[in-house]
Write a protein that binds this ligand. Sequence first.
Ligand code: NAD
Length: 338
Amino acid sequence: IMLRVGVNGYGTIGKRVADAVRAQPDMEVAGVAKTRPNFEAERAVAKDFPLYAAVEERADQFGEAGIDLAGMVEELVETADVMVDATPSGIGAENKSLYEEHDTPALYQGGEDEDLVDTSFNARANYADAAGADHVRVVSCNTTGLSRLVAPLEEEYGIEKVRATLVRRGGDPAQSGRGPINDILPNPRTLPSHHGPDVKTIFPDLAIDTLGLKVPATLMHTHSINVTLDSDATADAVRDLLRDESRLFVIPERLDIDGAGALKEFALDAGRPRGDLWENCIWGESITVEDDDLYLFQAIHQESDVVPENVDAIRAVTGSADAAESVATTDDALDMGF
Ligand code: NAD
C-alpha cells in the first residue's frame, strides 16, 4: 500500500520533505499547501505536486498569479493518511485542530512546543514511541544532530554528561532579514540554551548542558562537543562506532574539508539535491579521547537533517515499518552516505 502524505507549509523544510516522500517506494505526495503564490508555489506546480491553498482569504491570489489550485487545505487533510506540518514556529499549534477534525495523524517540526504532541521523535533514538500517536514532533535540526550522536555513545559506553556549545548560523540563506551580520552573540545569554532540555524530550535521563552562540553565517551550525563517558574508550574505537551509523558522516581527513563552505561544495559536487547534507558531519580528526572525556566537532545542515527523520516518522505513526526497516528504506531511497 502507498501512504498518502500531505505537506502543509511548503518552505525550507516542507519542500525538502515533499521531495523525500516522493522518492520513497511506499509513499506518495497527496499534495502540498501554501499560503501564497511565490516562487516555491510555482516550483511545486512545475513538479506536479497538487497545490492547495492554506488560507481561505488568500486563495484568490493563486488564480490571479495563473496558478491552478487543487483545492483548500481541508480537502488535503481529509484525503491524506498523514500530514506533515512544516509551517513556521507556532503555526503548527494553530493547525492542530484542523488535523484532529479530520482524524489525520500529524507531524510537527522543532519550532513547536513539546507539550503540543504525544511524543517528540528521533528515528535513531525513540522511533517506537510514535507508534499509533496522533501528534508527533520531529525535533529541531540541532536536537536531531545531538540525538543521533548521543544514541550510539549511550549504548556503547554509557554517558555521564554531555556538554555542547552550539555555534548557530544567523539565518538560512534565503532569510535576508536575519542576523547578526557583523557580530558574535552569546544566544541565549543565559544557560542552558533550550537545546539541552529539548534533547531530554528524547533522552529523559541524560545529563546534558548546552550553550548557544549566533554568528554571521548561513550555511550550517557547528557543535563543539564534550561527552564524559561512563566506560573506557579510545578515539579509534569511537571513530569506528560513529562511522557505522548511517546518518553520521565521519569526514575523512584526506578530503581536506575545513568548514561548512567546503562541506556544502562537496555536497553539491556529489549531486545532492539543493546541496543538502542529511547526515551529521563529524570531523574525523577532531575525535579525541582524554581520560573519560570525548571531544569532537560536528556540522549540522539545518535545512535538511530533519528531512529523513520526517520520512521515518510517517512510517512510525502509521505502523507500516519498524525502525530498522524504515531507516534502511529511507536511506536507500535518498542515497544516504558518501
Ligand atoms: P519557512 O518559513 O522556510 O517555511 C514555512 C512555510 O510555511 C512558508 O512557505 C510559509 O509561507 C508557510 N506558511 C506560513 N503560514 C502558513 C499556514 N498558516 N499554513 C500553511 N503554510 C504556512 O520555515 P522553515 O524553516 O521550513 O521552518 C518550518 C518549521 O521547521 C519550524 O517549526 C522550524 O522551527 C522548523 N525547522 C526549521 C529548520 C531550519 O533551519 N530552517 C530546521 C529544523 C526545523
